[in-house]
Design a protein around this ligand. Structure first.
Ligand SMILES: Nc1ncnc2c1ncn2[C@@H]1O[C@H](COP(=O)(O)OP(=O)(O)OP(=O)(O)O)[C@@H](O)[C@H]1O
Ligand SMILES: [Mg+2]
Length: 358
């Protein structure tokens, strides 16, 4: 992706150094380090209560950190008030002014910044076009659908051209179809403006679709930071594997007894990926559904009964209940004969196709 470097290109847009938040006995965010390059689309992804909103609100200045520093364009802004940070905000609930029209809502941040009337007019016109609301400029929020209201909120955050835009579950209140449409619009706004975007969601598909990098959060800290593909192909933990994409996870004990290191699980002893290293006596292997094939000739084998077989055009999905009681999800390429509901299936995978996690 090409990015617009608004600050000369070398200084990261945002640096977070040891930022933490404590509410009495509750740790909302452990001391956290994070660097966001200019123009990046970074998504904070994680379960409820993992600290996403807390981190976002400290970045914009709505919540005061318990420790640490926030640098924007290399300058310490930890003590800078919200309205002086050059940051745009979009929340799940659009927070439009009900007594102002669409155009007036969008003008609002420009009036706050005392731009000339002609400049305001031009900018509002441009941004309305960008979010395809030109024809609705004179309407009031109550006369708009949810998706249209959210587009007004987006337009209002982009109109004064902040160099960082923070979005906290901006599509959370919309239905699936509209959400997917709005994802494309947000992507386009990002491309057109070159803004640095930090986006919060707990929807992994949304994170995969939008992000340059995903910052996966769990229990008030960063669990893994990387591109969607890096996290999908090389999950650092079982949590990461489980949260992003579909995973088959087998837990077990590291066993060195027969001259080769294997993972002893209740489904058998599994060979490990080449070069795998361990941090403890317990570990797990993660195998993605597309890495499993029918037949046992791949080094590692499990056996079970098919409890669901779904033909999905480009693939067939099998759900197999293993004899020892776990469920495996398999994605097979089209055109391959597959066992049907209730039939026995032998499944295998190449040891190198698995990822070992603590
Ligand atoms: N003002 C507050 N006072 C006390 N505890 C708080 C406060 N704000 C947040 N917390 C706690 O901090 C933790 C992190 O909250 P946060 O809102 O950052 O989570 P989140 O990842 O945004 O979750 P969600 O997906 O549900 O929005 C939670 O345990 C929450 O209860
Ligand atoms: Mg939140």
């Amino acid at each position: 992706m090409t990015t617009v470097a608004k600050n000369g290109g070398t200084t990261p847009k945002l640096i977070i150094e040891g930022l933490s938040k404590q509410y009495g006995a509750v740790t909302a965010l452990e001391p956290t380090h994070l660097t966001v390059p200019t123009g990046e689309f970074l998504t904070l992804l994680g379960p409820s209560g993992s600290g996403k909103t807390t981190l976002l609100q400290m970045i914009c200045g709505l919540v005061e950190p318990s420790s640490g520093r926030i640098l924007i364009d290399g300058r310490d802004q930890t003590q800078t008030p919200v309205h002086q940070r050059d940051i745009g905000l979009v929340f799940q609930h659009y927070a439009l002014f009900p007594h102002l029209t669409v155009a007036e809502n969008i003008e609002f941040p420009l009036r706050m910044r005392a731009l000339s009337a002609s400049e305001i007019k031009q900018r509002v016109k441009d941004v309305l076009k960008m979010v395809q609301l030109d024809h609705l400029a004179a309407r009031f929020p109550r006369e708009l659908s949810g998706g249209q209201q959210q587009r007004v909120a987006l337009a209002r955050s982009f109109v004064y051209q902040p160099s960082i835009i923070l979005m906290d579950e901006p599509l959370g209140a919309l239905d699936k179809k509209l959400r997917e449409h709005m994802q494309i619009e947000i992507k386009q706004l990002h491309r057109e403006t070159g803004a640095t975007i930090i986006y919060v969601t707990h929807d992994q598909e949304e994170a995969l679709a939008l992000s340059d990098r995903i910052c996966l959060m769990n229990h008030a800290r960063i669990e893994q930071l990387g591109s969607p593909h890096e996290i999908y192909a090389h999950p650092a933990t079982a949590f990461a594997a489980d949260f992003i994409g579909i995973s088959n996870i087998f837990r077990g004990r590291v066993d060195n007894s027969n001259g080769e290191t294997r993972l002893a699980t209740r489904h058998g002893h599994f060979r490990l990926p080449t070069g795998a290293s361990f941090s403890g006596a317990e570990a797990a292997i993660v195998i993605r559904p597309e890495q499993i094939s029918l037949g046992g000739g791949n080094g590692n084998t499990v056996v079970g009964r098919v409890t669901d077989a779904v033909y999905a055009g480009s693939e067939t999905r099998l759900i197999v209940d293993l004899d020892e009681g776990e469920t495996v999800i398999v994605r097979l390429p089209p055109g391959q004969p597959t066992p049907g509901y209730g039939e026995r299936a032998t499944l295998g995978w190449n040891p190198d196709a698995a990822v070992l996690v603590p």
